[in-house]
Design a binder for this molecule. Structure first.
Ligand SMILES: [Zn+2]
Length: 469
């Protein structure tokens, strides 16, 4: 008897985990049954026989990181075109675009010179994207630690000839890691400009990561016309803490920074496009995209091979279920998000010249983690129209559709033409552990999490393709 009860209870629990009480709680009840069934079929296809991870593995292991202008980026363009053809997309084509061509070069070193308490110590650094190189034997200077640009300005003439060390950490108390990143990244993007204004000769920037690790995290930096260009490198968070301690112990810490980075003339490259053409309104387009380029670190797996493969996978899932959207759904592999956004701008430019009407663009560029929903930039009526489908994503707990940012590559569509844009929101607590570093490799991506993101994109793009906005 006891045993029987246990079995009954167990069965009830299992039902609860699948279709029993859970279905009763779902907010998809008011939605048309055909879409509820379609959403469940898409999720089943994604989890049962998804291909996003296998595609990402191929991209990561056969090609690797794909910095704009590099041979690997060119190989990724060809690979993506072939993959789109292989999964049966229509209208597969390249959209040519010229991209910046910056190369890290083989030398990047920061050597603490004969400090009183630690002697000579090599620090873990890497060139920031876009930096100039140093002379062959580096630049040598005394290190000054700062937290922000106000402190740099206050240094005045005392910064002349020094190496400015920006050491403001990401705020780990913030629940949204992107906010923590946003609160610190000015040091990386504008640090060299502000330091050069007070006569500094180089810049070291604490890596933009919530983790304490020994790998430097790169990323874009820039120069301003009229301000001297000075070399700029990221330092690992462990070595940033070490250097900070050293500066508290010793009167003076001198350091030799050597970088062999170079910028060449712009190089030809391309966005890659493929689609399922709409059966009734083919001229109305929904874009699904990620950026194909990455930094030259790790595999560019989460950033943003994941978003690219999810975009292709979303279309493949629809095709595998023989779903025929009324409007066109197009996957776009954008080139050059990291250091120029040339692909995103070129795509918007061509959309502006085309007779097509873009009704929605969705980007996945926050890592291939468990999806939580979408953040939408749109007018309120458009937002409501999109948000009414949230219940279809509830089974995978990805139903938070909230106002917010779309994505770097699709932003020009919104800015120039008012196209509603939305970004896939994920559980991003681990994202900045990997972001722009040697840690961003395929083994950090979970197959189910990646695939669920593709399913969420497939579901939303499909219902919007059927019902419009
Ligand atoms: Zn990215």
């Amino acid at each position: 008897m006891t045993r029987f009860v246990c079995i009954v209870v167990l069965q009830a629990c299992l039902n609860g985990l699948t279709v029993g009480p859970l279905a009763a709680q779902n907010n998809d009840e008011g939605l048309p049954a055909v879409y509820r069934e379609t959403a469940r079929a898409i999720i089943n296809a994604a989890l049962g026989d998804g291909q996003a991870y296998a595609m990402l593995e191929e991209l990561c292991l056969q090609i690797g990181p794909r910095l704009s202008g590099s041979p690997e980026a060119a190989a990724a363009v060809e690979w993506s075109r072939n993959k789109m053809v292989e999964v049966g997309l229509e209208g597969v084509r390249l959209q040519p675009v010229m991209v910046p061509h910056w190369v890290r070069g083989p030398v990047e070193s920061a050597l603490v010179l004969n400090s009183e308490s630690a002697g000579s110590v090599q620090l873990e650094v890497c060139a920031l994207g876009g930096t100039i190189g140093t002379p062959e034997f580096g630049v040598i200077g005394e290190v000054i630690e700062v937290q922000n640009f106000e402190e740099v300005k206050a240094l005045g003439k005392s910064a002349q000839g020094k190496i400015i060390f920006y050491n403001r950490a990401l705020d780990r108390t913030l629940m949204t890691t992107f906010k923590a990143y946003g609160g610190a990244v000015d040091q990386r993007s504008r640090g060299a400009i502000e330091a050069a204004k007070v006569g500094a000769k180089a810049v070291l920037v604490r890596s933009m990561t919530t983790a304490l690790d020994d790998v430097p995290h790169t990323g874009a930096m820039r120069y301003d016309d009229g301000v001297e260009k000075i070399p700029s490198a990221a330092i690992s968070t462990i070595d940033a803490d070490f250097l900070s301690r050293l500066l508290k112990q010793d009167q003076k810490v001198r350091l030799r920074l050597t970088l062999s980075a170079k910028t060449f003339a712009d190089a030809p490259s391309a966005n890659v496009l493929g689609e399922i053409r709409g059966s009734e309104k083919p001229e109305e387009v929904i874009v699904l995209g990620g950026h194909l380029d990455s930094w030259d670190k790790g595999h560019g797996a989460h950033d943003d091979g994941a978003g690219c493969m999810q975009s292709i996978e979303a279309l493949r899932l629809l095709k595998s279920l023989d779903l025929k959207p009324k409007r066109t759904i197009r996957a776009v592999m954008f080139m050059n998000e990291e250091n120029g956004v040339r692909g995103g701008l070129a795509y918007a430019d061509s959309a502006g010249r085309s007779s097509e009407k873009h009704i929605l663009a969705i980007e996945s560029d926050r890592g291939g983690f468990t999806p939580r929903g979408f953040s939408v930039t749109a007018e309120s009526a458009q937002f409501e129209s999109i948000a009414r489908w949230a219940g279809l994503l509830e089974a995978m707990a990805a139903d938070k559709i909230v106002p917010g940012y779309g994505g770097v590559d699709i932003n020009p569509l919104n800015k120039q033409f008012g196209v509603p844009v939305m970004g896939l929101v994920v559980d991003a607590h681990r994202y900045f552990d990997y972001h722009h570093s040697d840690n961003d490799t395929i083994d950090k991506v979970n197959e189910r999490e990646l695939e669920l993101g593709a399913a969420a994109m497939a579901i939303i793009s499909y219902v919007v393709a059927m019902e419009g906005i």
